[in-house]
Write a new protein. Structure first.
Lengths: 440, 101
């Protein structure tokens, strides 16, 4: 058993930058690199891609990330744990083997399976959000359970270089290597809580190194164009030191850490993961050097008996159109344009919305009262089960060019399919996981 | 002189389904008691009344000098199906900081 391990987080969401993970692997002296690339809806969208092509459904950036990372991972003996398998971990694994073969590299993979529980759904289950049966929402397209460390640990026990998962709770991606390397007992809820605190601090990558924290007036952060992603050095007692690679941009302080600690936390005394109900209230931060933050405290209660399952459903289409106005009477002209389109087609949509970008599109009328911008962008959005009707929104906005009001410019139109996501709870004993090993 | 929360505090918004989570911290730790006194759950619900349709619960985490507001039924129909520009409500941290104290 090790006394300490170093874990880096190279990506905090599917579309995250590519180079921080490379820099971490090359210079971070890591034992493990984590790439967290799955949001609530990302997996449902991936399930849609898999329906259209059985070899698709893994993360769309997997190929680009792995091509550049793989040689570095092997050279520095850093293991990769990533949920880039998304809706199709086995197809993702085959793609990785293909890349390894092309690069002439020998690589072993462990694929974590079992999160896909779509076949178990009856459609009668009640959603946590609306307490309505699932099939009342629309055609169901996916159901993925949030697996925990129990699913990842068997993969870590092999000699795989890469552990590829589908839906796994984000903090579990970090907690699993802590348990594996530091010899922690899974029954020790206190250590599970402490490790979950560290995992939660790390999982959004640049959000703890000053990225999403930055405000040039009240919270300036240096060199954001080369923002470093975080490393945690975890000790056997469950404390950790968060840092980043020397020479990268960003900032790690108690302030940046506090914002991340409470991010997306509904109740700081009861943070539910598949592994533990963590209590964040006793977490302490101490700045022990420049961009060196010691994290102690935090604890946990027993493992929950249920797992959360994200269920994706077809929720129709959203059409959008935008056009800009500037100068004299810009707001009045934009409002006139909005009224014209509302009168023409507004009542044909299940949901319809007019926004004035630059004035009230983000925080509503109340907070923006009295401000009159020089330029303003009208945005019209509507939702419909019909693709062609949703498409009409953009067409109508574009038609404002000749039909007025005066001076509208820069029209754009957008159309996308909507996959809604709701959640249910399932008894964890009904969701067995397994691993599959592959090598190049 | 009236000032905005933005002058003395920082915040981050997060989402879970249709629930909005807003954290609030003083820029200078000595201002924490002022935040506890002034920024009540009722004040937040009133300040963001255009957005918040459900219960607002305030958690005080004194050891971290932090406040956390859990706002239910706050993100239109929820992140995945909302027509709003900012479906996650990520920019709402700065809506909170517009509050006058």
């Amino acid at each position: 058993m090790k006394e300490k391990i170093r874990i880096g987080c190279g990506a905090g969401f599917s579309g995250d930058r590519l180079e921080p993970g490379l820099i971490l692997t090359e210079k971070g002296k890591l034992d493990y690199l984590i790439l967290e690339c799955l949001a609530e809806r990302t997996i449902a969208l991936a399930q849609k891609r898999k329906q259209q092509d059985p070899n698709a459904g893994y993360d769309v950036l997997l190929e680009r990330r792995i091509e550049s990372l793989l040689p570095l991972l092997l050279q520095h003996k850093t293991r990769l744990i990533t949920n880039m398998g998304a809706a199709n971990p086995l197809a993702g694994a085959k793609k990785i083997l293909e890349i390894a073969n092309k690069l002439g590299l020998k690589v072993k993979l462990a694929v974590v399976l079992g999160d896909d529980v779509f076949d178990q759904l009856s459609g009668q289950e009640l959603s946590m959000e609306g307490h309505k049966p699932l099939n009342s929402y629309g055609k169901l397209v996916s159901a993925n359970a949030y697996l925990g460390v129990d699913a990842i640990l068997p993969a870590l026990a092999t000699d795989a270089h890469i552990i590829l998962t589908g839906r796994v709770a984000d903090p579990s991606l970090f907690l699993a290597p802590m348990i594996h390397e530091l010899g922690w007992d899974k029954e020790n809820a206190d250590l599970m809580g402490k490790g979950t605190v560290l995992g939660h601090l790390m999982e959004c990558a640049g959000q703890i190194t000053g990225g999403y924290f930055a405000d040039p007036i009240t919270k300036p952060v240096p060199d954001m164009e080369i923002l470093g992603h975080p490393i945690v050095e975890v000790s056997a007692d469950g404390s950790g030191i968060i840092s980043k690679v020397e020479g990268t941009g960003g900032l790690i302080t108690s302030q940046t850490a506090k914002e991340q600690l409470l991010y997306e936390v509904l109740d700081p005394a009861n943070y539910y993961t598949p592994d533990v109900v963590a209590d964040f209230r006793s977490v302490r931060f101490k700045e022990i050097g420049q961009n060196q933050l010691q994290v102690t405290g935090g604890t946990g209660k027993t493992q929950p008996e249920t797992l959360k399952v994200s269920v994706g459903y077809e929720a129709g289409w959203i059409g959008e159109g935008e056009i800009s106005y500037a100068g004299a009477h810009a707001v009045e002209r934009a409002k006139l344009a909005g009224e014209i389109i509302t009168k023409r087609i507004g009542d044909r949509f299940e949901e319809f919305r007019v926004d004035y970008i630059g004035m009230s599109s983000l925080h509503g009328e109340q907070l923006s009262q009295g401000s009159s911008p020089y330029e303003i962008r009208l945005r019209i959005a509507g939702k419909s089960k019909s693709k062609s009707l949703a498409q009409l929104i953009g067409e109508e906005v574009e038609a404002l060019y000749t039909n007025g009001p005066a001076g509208g410019g820069g029209a754009r139109k957008y159309l996308h399919e909507v996959i809604g996501v709701v959640s249910i709870l399932m008894n964890r004993t009904t969701i067995p996981s397994s691993i599959q090993l592959l090598e190049s | 002189m009236s000032q905005k929360l933005a002058d003395i505090a920082h915040s981050r918004a997060g989402d879970k389904g249709n629930t909005l989570v807003l954290s609030l911290f003083p820029l200078d730790e000595k201002d924490y008691p002022l935040l506890v006194e002034k920024v009540t759950a009722e004040k937040v619900k009133q300040h963001l009344s255009h957005q918040l349709r459900g219960t607002v619960t305030r958690h005080e985490i004194q050891e971290l000098n932090a406040l956390l507001f859990t706002c239910e039924n706050a993100l239109a129909s929820g992140v995945t199906t909302s027509l709003a520009m900012d479906a996650h409500g990520k920019s709402l941290s700065y809506a909170l900081l517009e509050m006058k104290i």
